[in-house]
Design a binder for this molecule. Structure first.
Ligand code: TRP
Length: 472
C-alpha cells in the first residue's frame, strides 16, 4: 500500500550550521521531503556526535541548534519523521545485533578509521592511539540507523558512500545468516546528488568548518554575515576595471542563493567593472534577503526549546512505532525470542475483570460490522476497532490483546503490538496496531497535546487491565 520511497538521512550534531550546509544539505533534503512520492526520515545523529566530541556542553548546544535550524528552514514535523538518534533505543540494540555479524576486517577498511591510523603512523605513534571503539564501529551504528527503518534511499555526501556500501554488506550477511531465504533487512542505496553545489568558502576552497572558511548561516546575525562576506578573497582589480566573475567565491555563492538568471546579471555587472566591495555588499544583501525570515524563526525556536523538544518527541514516537516490529522480528530470527511467548495464558478474566480496570467489549454496529471497544475503568470510550466480518474475529483480537498482558510490562512494539500517535485529516488520533494490522483508533482529539495525553492514558489503562488479569 505504501508506494512512497523511504528516504532517510542523518545529521551529525557537531558544530554550528554554515551556508554551505544550507545549500549543500539542508535545502536539497527539504525539497526532497516535499515530494509526494517520498516518505522522509531525518534524524539528529547525536550518538555519532559523541565519537567526535567529548564536550557535553557543546554536544547539547549543537543538538539544539541543529534541530532549530532544520525546523526554521522549513522542515515540517508532520510530514517528515524528525527525531534524535539517542531517543531510539532500538538503534543501539540493532547495532549490537549487527556488530555480531560484521567482520572486523570490514571495519579495518573504513576510510575514517584508516585515516586515523595513517595519521598515527605518520606521527610515529601507536597505530591505534586515541582511536575509540566508537570510531572503529561507526559504520555499524550507521548501518543500524539505516536498516532499522528499511530505508531505500540515503542521501549523503560522497565521503559517506562507503558507509552505505558497508550497510548493504552487513544487511546481506544478516539476511544470509538468519533470513532463511527471506530478506529481513532491505538493502539501501546511497544517493549522491551531483547537481547540488558544493559551495566555495571565503578562500575559494570547499566551504568547510575544517578549513575555517565558512559563512555562518544564522550565528551572529546579519552583521556576522556581512563581515564574513567581506573577507571573501578577491584579486586586486580596482573599481571600474573589468573583473573575471569566476575568479573567486562571490559568483558561485550568489548563484546558489539567487539562481541562474540573477547570477548572470551579477556576473555581467562584474565584467562591466563593479567594484569588489560593491559586489560583496550586494552578495551579503541577497543572502540576507533569503535567510532573514529563516533566522527569525530560528531565534523564536531557540527562545522556546520546549517546542523543539515536543517536535522531536513526537518524531521519536513515530520512529519507534515504525521500528519496533522489525527489531522484534530480527531478535527472534537471531534466537532472542520474547520470553513470554510460551508463557501460560493469562488467568480467566472473570476473577478480576471487573469495572475497576479498563475492559474490552465486542458488539455489532449498525453498519453490520463486528467491532471491539476499549473502555477505561470509568467507562470512557478510548479506542474503537475497525469492522470485522465475524464476531469471532473481533473476539479473537480481544483475546490476543488481553494476552499481551502476560508480559511483565507493556513494551512498545514488542510482539508487534503498538500504539501510535497519528495525524489524520480529521485531526490527531491514537491508533492501535498489531504488526502491519491496524486494529483500532481513538476519535480525533483537540490538538496534538490532547492526543498525547490520551495516548498516555490508553497505555496506563491497558497496563492496569493487564495487571488486573494477572490478579496483581
Ligand atoms: N555519518 C553521516 C555524516 O557524517 C551522518 C549519519 C549518521 C548518517 N547516520 C546516518 C547519514 C545514517 C545517513 C544515514 O554525514
Amino acid at each position: 500500500m505504501n508506494a512512497r520511497t523511504r528516504v532517510l538521512t542523518g545529521i551529525t550534531t557537531t558544530g554550528t550550521p554554515h551556508l554551505g550546509n544550507y545549500v549543500g544539505a539542508i535545502r536539497p533534503a527539504l525539497r526532497l521531503a516535499q515530494r509526494p512520492d517520498v516518505e522522509a526520515f531525518f534524524f539528529l545523529a547525536d550518538y555519532h556526535a559523541l565519537i567526535k566530541c567529548e564536550d557535553p556542553e557543546r554536544i547539547a548546544r549543537s543538538r539544539l541548534e541543529i534541530a532549530a535550524t532544520w525546523l526554521a528552514c522549513g522542515l515540517d514535523p508532520l510530514r517528515v519523521v524528525f527525531y534524535r538518534q539517542s531517543d531510539i533505543p532500538e538503534i543501539p540494540e540493532l547495532a549490537w545485533l549487527l556488530s555480531c555479524v560484521t567482520g572486523k576486517g570490514l571495519m579495518n577498511r573504513a576510510h575514517a578509521y584508516k585515516a586515523a591510523v595513517d595519521a598515527n603512523i605518520a606521527q610515529r605513534e601507536d597505530a591505534d592511539a586515541g582511536i575509540s571503539m566508537g570510531l572503529y564501529g561507526y559504520p555499524v551504528l550507521m548501518a543500524a540507523d539505516i536498516l532499522l527503518f528499511g530505508a531505500q534511499q540515503v542521501p549523503v555526501g560522497r565521503d559517506q558512500v562507503q558507509h552505505i556500501e558497508m550497510a548493504r554488506d552487513i544487511a546481506q550477511r544478516f539476511n544470509h545468516l538468519y533470513g532463511g531465504g527471506e530478506a529481513l533487512l532491505a538493502l539501501p542505496d546511497a544517493v549522491v546528488d551531483e547537481d547540488v553545489a558544493t559551495l566555495p568558502g571565503l578562500d575559494g576552497r570547499k566551504m568547510s568548518k575544517s578549513y575555517d572558511n565558512t559563512i555562518p548561516l544564522f550565528a551572529g546575525g546579519a552583521k556576522a554575515l556581512r563581515e564574513a562576506v567581506a573577507k571573501i578573497v578577491t584579486d586586486a582589480r580596482a573599481p571600474g576595471e573589468p573583473k573575471e566573475p569566476g575568479s573567486n567565491a562571490l559568483l558561485p555563492i550568489y548563484r546558489a542563493i539567487a539562481g541562474t538568471a540573477e547570477a548572470d546579471a551579477y556576473a555581467a555587472a562584474l565584467r562591466g567593472g563593479m567594484a569588489w566591495g560593491e559586489a560583496k555588499v550586494r552578495l551579503a544583501a541577497r543572502i540576507e534577503q533569503e535567510i532573514a525570515p529563516l533566522r527569525e524563526r530560528y531565534e523564536a525556536l531557540l527562545a522556546e526549546p520546549a517546542r523543539i523538544e515536543a517536535a522531536l518527541r513526537e518524531g521519536a514516537r513515530k520512529a519507534r512505532a515504525s521500528a519496533t516490529p522489525l527489531l522484534q522480528k530480527l531478535r527472534a530470527a537471531a534466537g532472542l525470542r520474547a520470553p513470554h511467548t510460551d508463557a501460560p495464558a493469562a488467568p480467566a478474566r472473570s476473577a478480576t475483570g471487573g469495572a475497576r480496570s479498563g475492559r474490552f467489549v465486542t458488539f455489532r454496529a449498525h453498519d453490520g460490522g463486528f467491532h471491539f471497544r476499549f473502555l477505561a475503568a470509568d467507562g470512557t470510550d478510548l479506542l474503537l476497532s475497525v469492522p470485522f466480518d465475524a464476531p469471532k474475529a473481533a473476539a479473537d483480537w480481544v483475546n490476543v490483546l488481553e494476552k499481551a498482558g502476560g508480559e511483565t510490562s507493556f513494551v512498545w512494539g514488542r510482539e508487534g503490538l503498538n500504539l501510535r500517535a497519528e495525524d489524520t485529516v480529521a485531526g490527531p488520533i491514537v491508533a492501535l496496531w498489531f504488526g502491519a494490522e491496524r486494529l483500532a483508533e481513538s476519535g480525533p482529539q483537540a490538538g496534538a497535546a490532547a492526543r498525547d495525553a490520551l495516548l498516555d492514558r490508553v497505555v496506563r489503562e491497558l497496563e492496569s487491565r493487564w495487571r488486573a488479569l494477572r490478579g496483581g
